[in-house]
Design a protein around this ligand. Structure first.
Ligand SMILES: *[C@@H]1O[C@H](CO)[C@@H](O)[C@H](O)[C@H]1NC(C)=O
Ligand SMILES: *[C@@H]1O[C@H](CO)[C@@H](O)[C@H](O)[C@H]1NC(C)=O
Ligand SMILES: *[C@@H]1O[C@H](CO)[C@@H](O)[C@H](O)[C@H]1NC(C)=O
Ligand SMILES: *[C@@H]1O[C@H](CO)[C@@H](O)[C@H](O)[C@H]1NC(C)=O
Length: 192
């Protein structure tokens, strides 16, 4: 009886340690993404000029949906809750709005919390330049008040075929309600 139970114990120990020996399978590595290094890293800026009733020529973004208590000219009160903005913003390599754009950031953001500034972003970087051709797709929550926040890189096309990773956003400038500039630090963990 004693022999059987110790054999059983031995078997259990062996089988559970065999389970742990799977330390090199990819599924296990993914548990510690910080230990992985990006296969590609890119840093860009994009510039959002929101239509304010007076800058129609210059604006790159427009409020296309507003709650009943707001309108589509001025972002609503209560942290812009309920506003939906569509944008077609220039992407530049440095933080200068007047630098030659290397692509466009196209998509939308919607403000989705009454008590704090926070938004949800869904957009693509669309490139058609000598350096980059193709697109990178982004999605995720953007807690604007945080100095940096991470959103997901959910895919890509062309030079960025099947891209996956994380993009760290930082508000690089904020001028009134009409202009902001985001720094986007893209870290891809899957490259083809
Ligand atoms: C367009 O808007 C930006 C940001 O508000 C401003 O810096 C720039 O001078 C404007 N350009 C024109 C031509 O109005
Ligand atoms: C939009 O709302 C703002 C205040 O939230 C107001 O000052 C402005 O006059 C409104 N504009 C229009 C076109 O209704
Ligand atoms: C990309 O640029 C080339 C050359 O300027 C142009 O012929 C082509 O139509 C562009 N493609 C897209 C998808 O904009
Ligand atoms: C935002 O910043 C706060 C305080 O610095 C931190 O506790 C929180 O985890 C951050 N949230 C995100 C989503 O980064």
């Amino acid at each position: 009886m004693r022999l059987i139970s110790s054999l059983l114990l031995f078997f259990l120990v062996v089988s559970s340690s065999a389970g742990y020996s799977g330390g090199t399978v990819p599924g296990r590595m993914r548990k510690n993404p910080a230990a992985r290094h990006p296969c590609k890293r890119l840093i860009f800026y994009f510039h959002d000029i929101i239509y304010n009733g007076e800058n129609a020529k210059n604006a790159t973004a427009a409020i296309i949906g507003a709650p009943s208590w707001g309108n589509r000219t001025i972002l609503a009160g209560q942290n812009h809750f309920g506003d939906l903005v569509v944008f077609d913003d220039p992407i530049t390599l440095d933080n200068n709005l007047h630098s030659t754009p290397i692509g466009r950031a196209q998509g939308f953001y919607l403000y989705d919390k009454k008590d704090i500034f926070t938004a949800w972003l869904g957009f693509s970087f669309v490139f058609n330049s000598t350096q980059h051709k193709g697109s990178i797709n982004f999605a995720g929550a953007d807690p604007l008040m945080n100095k940096t926040r991470d959103i997901s890189v959910i895919g890509g096309t062309g030079d960025f075929f099947m891209a996956r990773g994380v993009a760290t956003l930082m508000t690089d400038a904020f001028e009134g309600e009409d202009y902001f500039r985001l720094r986007v630090d893209i870290k891809l963990y899957e490259c083809w």
